[in-house]
Write a protein that binds this ligand. Structure first.
Ligand code: HEC
Length: 396
């Protein structure tokens, strides 16, 4: 019953989280796009620094940008704030349900000497708060925009590396994504919104001509823009063992995040009317480098089929039985599992044979399965499974 409720909570929260994230990223991308597309109006319009004509649905739209307001504070102003808050809150709830409630399966690394579930949850909470505090201090103490960008990139790179040593690979990716997403939401709520309120006040009391948005708010906007694609990658890659399961998964994460930044930069140049396709090229090179880096090294022993006779199918059957079937049976016996995870049933040698390639990916090329090595599979057993798959996964 508990597992069933957890599944629905998981699904419902994920649905909500994706919807809110679409509204946030959507409005952020949209404003970035129009902001870079503005051109001075011809003929000039009082106080308007940029104008953009566009077409959508059944009408023509005309946007105008008033850097110091139209001379009064419009009565009805649309704010962009609930998108980021609801994305962050739904994400935090999802984190709590999947990674804190399910800490022993999803959060802990299961390596000898690794954190126990309670300490891991504590570490998870700490990383989120510490991530924001460190970022905020960096922004306040480094005056140069360029130096700050490099330091933030280093900070995130060190974080993902450290997370792979504290959490499971999947949770490491996710936490790197959460640190970046928390920075983005924090920027909106703690810096950008207060800045906008001050700006409105200056419009009201007539001091707007002397008002300065401040370099800090500008660069935090800039960081949010470039962090978006890496965050989205972190969120979806946590479903792909080929990325986080690799020993160099942290480096792959850094490469792909770099690709995300490059691709975002291309779009920024394009919206500004000066498209620089070389940034797409740079992104592709980084993504390709990640693919090469993360390619499974072991691609199994070269002796392949020749070993068929030597594989002890009886041993393989008992490994599957002891290490996998508790969860991957039609009726799992492992507490907390109502259904075989992802519908993958591996409880007989025949069923295992039909999943041979998937098994290779999660239990041989990587040690993603069993999660947190809950059923204590040994390296020797992984080697035996590898030989069995190399021999063509014989069933007798
Ligand atoms: C403690 C329970 C548990 C045990 C034991 C376990 N698994 Fe899993 N398995 C899971 C869960 C949970 C998932 C879903 C993971 C996810 O959604 O990221 C999964 C997913 C999988 C998948 C699908 C991966 C995908 O992304 O499509 C395969 C294949 C798999 N396991 C193989 C194995 C093998 C082989 C073993 C034994 C060596 C094993 N599992 C042991 C819980 C378990």
């Amino acid at each position: 019953m508990e597992a069933y409720i957890a599944e629905w909570l998981h699904l419902g929260l994920r649905w909500l989280h994706v919807i809110t994230a679409i509204t946030w990223v959507g409005s952020s991308f949209y404003f970035n796009r129009i902001d870079r597309s503005f051109r001075p109006p011809v003929p000039p319009v009082d106080r308007v620094s940029g104008q953009l004509w566009s077409i959508h649905g059944g009408a023509i739209y005309n946007y105008s940008r008033y850097p110091v307001g139209p001379g009064y504070v419009p009565e009805k102003l649309k704010w962009s704030k609930w998108e980021s808050l609801s994305t962050w809150v739904s994400g935090a709830c999802l984190l709590a349900v999947v990674y804190w409630w399910g800490a022993s399966i999803n959060l802990v690394s299961g390596r000898p000497g690794g954190l126990d579930p309670v300490s891991a949850v504590f570490a998870s909470i700490t990383t989120i708060i510490a991530g924001w505090v460190i970022y905020d201090v960096l922004c306040r103490s480094i005056p140069s925009d360029k130096v700050l960008s490099v330091v933030i990139a280093l900070f995130i790179s060190v974080s993902i590396w450290a997370f792979t040593h504290i959490f499971s690979g999947k949770a490491a990716y996710l936490h790197a994504g959460i640190v970046m997403a928390t920075i983005m939401a924090g920027n909106v709520w703690f810096v950008i919104l207060p800045g906008q309120k001050k700006m409105l006040k200056a419009m009201q009391d007539g001091s707007i001509d002397k008002f300065d948005v401040g370099a800090d708010a500008k660069r935090r906007n800039y960081h949010n823009n470039y962090l978006t694609l890496p965050v989205v990658f972190a969120m979806i890659a946590a479903h792909f063992p080929i990325t986080y399961g690799n020993a160099y998964g942290w480096l792959g994460f850094i490469l792909i995040s770099g690709a995300g930044v490059a691709i975002r930069h291309f779009f920024n140049t394009m919206h500004a009317g000066n498209a620089q396709p070389r940034w797409i090229g740079a992104g592709a090179v980084l993504a390709l480098a990640a693919m090469v880096l993360l390619a499974p090294r072991d691609l199994l022993s070269a002796n392949g089929g020749a070993q068929a006779a030597a594989v002890d199918v009886g041993r393989v059957t008992s490994i599957i039985d002891m290490r996998c079937a508790a969860c991957h049976a039609a009726k799992p016996t492992m507490e907390g599992f109502e259904e075989p995870p992802k519908g993958v049933v591996i409880d007989t040698i025949e069923r295992a044979a039909t999943h041979a390639q998937q098994i290779r990916q999660v239990a041989i090329s990587t040690d993603v399965m069993p999660p947190a090595n809950m059923t204590e599979m040994t390296d020797e057993e992984r080697k035996l499974l590898a030989d069995w798959i190399a021999a063509g996964a014989p069933t007798h």
